[in-house]
Design a protein around this ligand. Structure first.
Ligand code: SAH
Length: 252
């Protein structure tokens, strides 16, 4: 089940932090590391700091974009050391551990996303996440070292997981419908944006925060596969209507 949990590090500058994160993960039983465009990897400093977690580094996947790192995920949690302009659903590290374990136990991949050492995650990257997680550190000095932040959340995941191990065997849960994956959601957002421009609701010259607000809305809606098909169908028919193309449903 812990195999369904991936740690995503975006644009890491110092390979030592990649090694430190790998060690923190392995200590807590996590093994899936994804690196989005790291500045330097593989690197001797990463292996040195991993000190024994070389298998996590060897299995690490390097991808060019965050979108690729999140492909297949049903839940994405982004970490942030400070408040951002558009308020987003927030989780405490403890709730983050719990939500991560519940989703991973359901069989769908979960991503914990960490930002750059100097600049964190961009607003665009944070808006791809369902929730933001803030480690409630000293407000006068709230930014943890990257590997230390990975350690805190990996520990919370482990604590939540251990609690499920000790729990008496529960009866079979009714199977929850599979949630739409991040790649399906991204395809939907592209389709939604195009359609909103076509119907004249979204002005590309003055988009304001419309797409970010819609991402926040759909992100907290737990959209499943069937609902995703319905949403895509509505967009397709809307586009046909504005383009004057024939409808799926025949006129009476
Ligand atoms: N100067 C950056 C901080 C980057 S710290 C900024 O102001 O955003 C590098 C990464 O460690 C962050 O992107 C985040 O993933 C994680 N991190 C550090 N401190 C954190 C905190 N208090 N809560 C959550 N994540 C934190």
């Amino acid at each position: 089940m812990l195999q369904n949990i991936r740690v995503v590090l975006v644009n890491t500058s110092h390979p030592g932090n990649i090694g430190g994160a790998a060690r923190a993960m392995k200590n807590m039983g996590l093994g899936q590391l994804v690196l989005v465009a790291p500045h330097s990897f593989p690197a001797p400093e990463a292996s040195a700091r991993a000190s024994g977690a070389d298998d996590v580094l060897a299995n690490a996947r390097v991808v060019p974009t965050l979108e690729e790192a999140l492909a297949g995920c049903a839940l994405v949690l982004g970490t942030s050391a400070r408040d951002r302009s558009l308020p987003w659903p927030m989780l405490e590290p403890r709730e983050c551990g719990h939500k991560t374990v519940v989703a991973a136990a359901g069989g769908q991949p979960v991503a914990l996303v960490f930002g750059r050492e100097h600049a964190g995650l961009t607003n665009d990257e944070l808006q791809r996440c369902h929730f933001h997680v803030h480690i409630p550190a000293n407000p006068d000095f709230s930014s943890l070292n990257l590997a230390a932040a990975v350690q805190v959340l990996a520990y919370e995941v482990r604590t939540a997981w251990l609690a499920t191990q000790g729990a008496p065997a529960a009866g079979p849960e009714p199977a929850a419908p599979a949630l739409a994956t991040m790649d399906q959601m991204e395809g939907f957002y592209r389709h939604l944006e195009t359609t909103l421009v076509e119907v004249g609701f979204l002005d590309p010259a003055n988009p304001r925060h419309l797409m970010a607000r819609l991402r926040r809305l759909f992100g907290r809606s737990n959209v499943d596969h069937t609902e995703m098909s319905i949403l895509r169908g509505i967009l397709t028919e809307t586009q046909k209507a504005v383009r004057g193309e024939p409808h799926k449903r025949k006129e009476p």
